[in-house]
Design a binder for this molecule. Sequence first.
Ligand code: IPE
Ligand code: IPE
Ligand code: MG
Ligand code: MG
Ligand code: MG
Length: 308
Amino acid sequence: MSTMGLRADETKQEAAVLNGDFDVYQSAHLTAFEEYLKNVLLPMPAVDPLIPSMSYSLLSGGKRLRPMLCIFVADMFGTEREIALPVAAAIEMIHAYSLIHDDLPCMDNDDLRRGRPTNHKVYGEAMALLAGDGLLTHAFWMLASTRTSPERIVEMLRSLSFAAGPYGMVGGQVSDMDHRERTATRLTFIHAHKTGKLIRAAIDLGAILGGADASKREQLGLFGEHIGQAFQMMDDWLDVTSTTEELGKTAGHDSDGNKLTYPSLFGADKTRELAETEYQAAVAALAPFGDKANRLGELAKRMVRRSK
Ligand code: IPE
Ligand code: IPE
Ligand code: MG
Ligand code: MG
Ligand code: MG
C-alpha cells in the first residue's frame, strides 16, 4: 500500500511514526496474519472444490486493512497478537465472502478482483455462492473459538453479526442496488452500511478483546465511522481516477453502473476533499487516546492516501 504524499502541515509527531518503526510494526503483524490465515481452512477433498474456492478468495492478497485495524486496536489495550489472530481472520473471512457475492453477475457483475478472475469466473456461480456462505459461517466458528473469556466472545459475536447482517453490510448492499434516491444523505447511509459497519466492527472487536470500557469502545466507534466513510469515498474516487492495472479490479465499474457514488454526485475532486475531511474527523476521534493511537492514526492515513 503506498501513501499519496504528506501534506506540509503534518506534524513532526506523524513524521516520526513514518520514519520510525511503523513499517516494521505493520509488516510484522501482516506477516504473522498471512501465515495464520494460510492454515485456517483445512482441506476436505470430499467437498471439492469448496475449500479451494474459499481459499482462492481468502488468500488472494488483499490489503488486509480490517485485520490490521483489529490487531492494532487489540495491541493498544495490551492484548497479544496470538489471541487476536482468529478474530482478525474471522473478520477477513466475512470481508472475502462479501467480495465474492459483490462480484456475482446478479450484483456488480465483475470479472476481475485483486488482479485475478473473480471467484465465479473460476469456480462457477453456484460454487462462488457456496464459498461465500462457507466463509461467512466459518467466520463465526473461528470467533467462537477465540482464547478469551466467554463474555468477550459473546460480545464479539454480537458486534460482528450485527455489523455484517441486515442492519449492517447486507443492508448496505441492498441500498447500494436501489438507485431511486440520489442524495448525499442516502450516499452516507450506503457507505456507512456496506463498508463502514465492517470496518467499525474490526476496530470494535479489537477493543472488546482488549477489555476496553464502553466509552472507549464508543470513541473508537466514532473513529471507525469516519474512517469507513473516507475509505469508501476513496474506493469510489479510485474507481474514476485510477486504472484497472493499478486497482486489480475493473476501473470505472462503479461509476458506469448508474450507481450512487460520491464522484457521480459531487465530481472526483470534491470527493477527494470530502474523504480528507472524514479522515481528519477520524484522527480527531483518536485524540483522547494520545500517543497510544499513533499507529492506528498512521494506518488510517494510509487507508485514505492509497493508490489501490
Ligand atoms: C474493497 O475493499 C471493497 C470495499 C468495501 C470498498 P478493500 O479495498 O479492503 O479490498 P481488498 O481486501 O484490499 O482487496
Ligand atoms: C463493496 O463496494 C462493498 C461490499 C460490501 C463488498 P464496491 O462494490 O464498491 O466494492 P468493489 O469496488 O467491488 O471492491
Ligand atoms: Mg458493490
Ligand atoms: Mg463491487
Ligand atoms: Mg468500488
